[in-house]
Design a protein around this ligand. Sequence first.
Ligand code: B12
Ligand code: SF4
Length: 518
Amino acid sequence: MPLPWQTALPLPTCHPRLVALLPFLCYTSGRHPSQRGEDSWRRVYAVRVLFVLQQVDYEPLGIMHLSSVLKQAGHEVRLAVASDEDVVQVAREWKPGILAYSVWTGGHRYYLDLNRRLRQVVDAFSAFGGPHATFFPEMIYEDELVDGVCVGEGEYALLDLANALEQGTFTPTIPNWHFRVDGEIVQNPVRPYIADLDELPLPDRALVYDKDPITRLSKIKHFISSRGCPYDCTYCFNHAIAAIYKGKGKRVRQRSVDSLFAELEETRRKYPLEFAVFLDDTFILFRDWLEEFAQRYPKEIGIPFFCNVRANLVDQWVVDRLKRAGCVSVGMGIETGNDELRNTILKRNMTKEQIVNACLMLREAGIHVITTNMVGLPTGGIEDDWETVELNARCRPAYANAFIFQPYPRTQLGEMAREQGLLEGDIDDIGAAWDHSILKFPPDEKRQIENLQRLFAIAVEWPWLIPLIRWLVRWPRNPLFWWAYKLWKGYTIKTRIHPVRLSLREYVLIVRRFFRLT
Ligand code: B12
Ligand code: SF4
């Protein structure tokens, strides 16, 4: 479809840069600013931002944060969810000025295709953000319908873009953005980290809850009290984001207890809330903060919660604070049982003893531990993965979650795997499900690794089954193992990790969503 400026506008004979900017200058009105009246030059109409999601899996906190900042500045924001409605129809009728996508690696192809469909019916600016856009802004080179890619924190980046498009003052110099201008890509550096997270408005939960009754009515809701993590585990996105933000402020930012409690209270006032999941990468980093949290939480909030911890930070002092506050379950990365892989390849820098002691201390206090692990690691093999099963079995977790390693772009380990030729595919082969490996392993070993991922938690729960499971993983891949994985995971998460009472209807809805989730 020809765009307005390609048909209606007389081509100016001015500097090529201005010609390049023309598409953007016209986004809000379809006409060059000089063709508008004086008032409309100052304010044409508020840019409408349409976030488009494939499906709702819990609260997408990133989008909710972006929405509240945009709304505070007077922009109209709407969410369209492809699994529940005809998003093409929504875009056609609502006519957004910005199509906004939050993209993770593995989901990127879906959103690029969706954007192509939406751009057939609406002439809007296509903005991509989220982890994939941050670590692979090169996605802008791959598709001429990607107008801008946001690297890193998006609140002020998207606000600046929306303001500029609304006011007709757009220039492709907005920090954090990579723009396509006249066939060329303009890359802008990131702005400093948002130093004080308390300055942000509370996330716009209504954006999602008004659309998705399952998430709104769920008694379990998700929160985040900090951004960033000081560790440099090679497979994780944190060292990669720190490299992008080098010299741009403090890597880990923690909200005040007041700010977090205000969000919890507001959420509880408006929606059901009986269990809080804190998504922070590591909840126990700052002892002063934890002390204040543990003293006030039981009196002011008083609902059970889940959070993530790191084994080297867990001691009796921390366990006492978590217990006193009302923590019922924690997530803790073990990742691999092999010392060399864990400390040299993954840079976890922790011993087996630290891991086992942390788990047992938490267990003794009655706090359930869900461990996270990776099988199919670069330079590793199936026998290392069995060592991971054994280390987990010593820890006796409430559930042992295993994923198949995925070489995410810009992470040290992802790049190392790529450079050393260990990959069988490329970024496009990274799936959304963490259930298959794109590393080169002999076919028989790869099958065993993928089967072990499904049966991992069962082997950890009943270690006497290990000889049987060693035999089973040699079988062809089959849906039976997947069912065993999903059923055991669903049961333990419901009963041990997030133990809330559910009505029959809630049960049915949650089970349906759980089986949809990867
Ligand atoms: C909670 C969580 C989940 C939840 C919910 C995800 C969701 N839909 O929000 C669940 C469990 C469903 C999940 C699933 C997956 N997740 Co996840 N998840 C997280 C986690 C722990 C927190 C996300 C969060 O809320 N962050 C806080 C908000 C404020 O930050 P944010 O989302 O990044 O958004 C900011 C910026 O990215 C940017 N931004 C985001 N979107 C947009 C859009 C636009 C237009 C703009 C301008 C800016 C912008 O601005 C936001 C505000 O500053 C992160 C790790 C982390 N600490 O961030 C991993 C993380 C995002 N997940 C990751 C992955 C890989 C997955 C899965 C593919 C794994 C799997 N197979 O299960 C799936 C993907 C499926 C899906 N539908 O999302 C990776 C992504 C890596 C990558 N390169 O893409 C991360 C980074 C963890 C990691 N392994 O390193 N995940
Ligand atoms: S401790 Fe966890 S969140 Fe922090 S860098 Fe390592 S893997 Fe990432």
